[in-house]
Design a protein around this ligand. Sequence first.
Ligand SMILES: NC(=O)c1ccc[n+]([C@@H]2O[C@H](COP(=O)([O-])OP(=O)(O)OC[C@H]3O[C@@H](n4cnc5c(N)ncnc54)[C@H](O)[C@@H]3O)[C@@H](O)[C@H]2O)c1
Ligand SMILES: CC(C)C[C@H](N)C(=O)O
Length: 365
Amino acid sequence: MELFTYMEEYDYEQVIFCQDKNSGLKAIIALHDTTLGPALGGTRMWTYDSEEEAVIDALRLAKGMTYKNAAAGLNLGGGKTVIIGDPKVDKNSEMFRAFGRYIQGLNGRYITAEDVGTTEHDMDHIYMETDYVTGISPEFGSSGNPSPATAYGMYRGMKAAAKEAFGTDSLEGKTIAVQGVGNVAYHMCKHLHEEGAKLIVTDINQESIDRAVNDFGAQAVAPDDIYSVDCDIYAPCALGATINDDTIPQLKAKAIAGSANNQLAEERHGDKLHELGIVYAPDYVINSGGVINVADELNGYNQERAYKQIETIYDSLTKIFEISKRDNISTHAAADRMAEERIESVRKSRSTFLQNEHNIISRRQ
Ligand SMILES: NC(=O)c1ccc[n+]([C@@H]2O[C@H](COP(=O)([O-])OP(=O)(O)OC[C@H]3O[C@@H](n4cnc5c(N)ncnc54)[C@H](O)[C@@H]3O)[C@@H](O)[C@H]2O)c1
Ligand SMILES: CC(C)C[C@H](N)C(=O)O
């Protein structure tokens, strides 16, 4: 891969490779755009087939965070980390402490939190070395694991998508096909079950399936069958790129509303959904509840304030659906436009030189 060519094409600021032989740490921090403020984005730990695949994942996820934070109205830029390794066998506390020291070295340009494969406990180890970490244990005054907040935003966003697709935002009696019932989707399913939705779930982890079947009476299907099940809403909540040339023709759902980052394999798949009249809730808008929640820590965490802001995901999606209809563009293009306009207007308003620029981190003390 021609790394600088890729960085230039999508306008990335910086990529940092971190290695620590003692703990086995191999991490890639990608910083996409810090116009709005320091980059806030989670740390993913995953087994990648190649180093190139890991770099591309970090880059794609970091760009997604720029758009997510901008669309959510946060004064934060976009970045993300991937740690190469199997979270079940390769983790140790030294690894996260070593990683924390690399974050500290960035002096506030990057703030991290959880993502797939990392936990509140891992964030606590990072916190031993740096302040630039959120989603640590609540006893440190933090908001804790962001998954329940992401799930609540997902639930609100799914209602907005239902309103657009079916004319009512009630999910009672609706059939929702959930791919991946991990941290976020489990909490999301709880809200959906309480409202009377029917759930069809899949996962590659049998324990996660059993939990959803036992707790919510969900019907379980094999991983490859989730795309073609009879349902009203498809919720991709595992990893990215599951909306692609193979899966779109199989979908029976009228709406897509899931938590996974980078759901569209390519932008053209979002256009295809628009053509087919499938309501797509752009991933980085509907799944922004977690980042809204951890970002609130930078002001001294207040759950009521954070959840009030998470509620606005419903309105943001409604606005995106309106723009999509008005301008006959896909919903992901409408969301991108909203995020880019915000970044541009702030970029223009920040042209004046300041010796000591104020930013959100200065409020943290
Ligand atoms: N945790 C958050 O607050 C948050 C916030 C925003 C976005 N997201 C995104 O949402 C997604 C889920 O996050 P999470 O924290 O719940 O992660 P998680 O690891 O707890 O859950 C993911 C689940 O997907 C399953 N899975 C993986 N590959 C699969 C496949 N091919 N088919 C079926 N199931 C599969 C895993 O076994 C796991 O149970 C990720 O893409 C993450 O980046 C998470
Ligand atoms: C809580 C956030 C900082 C990170 C989260 N995994 C996301 O993708 O939004």
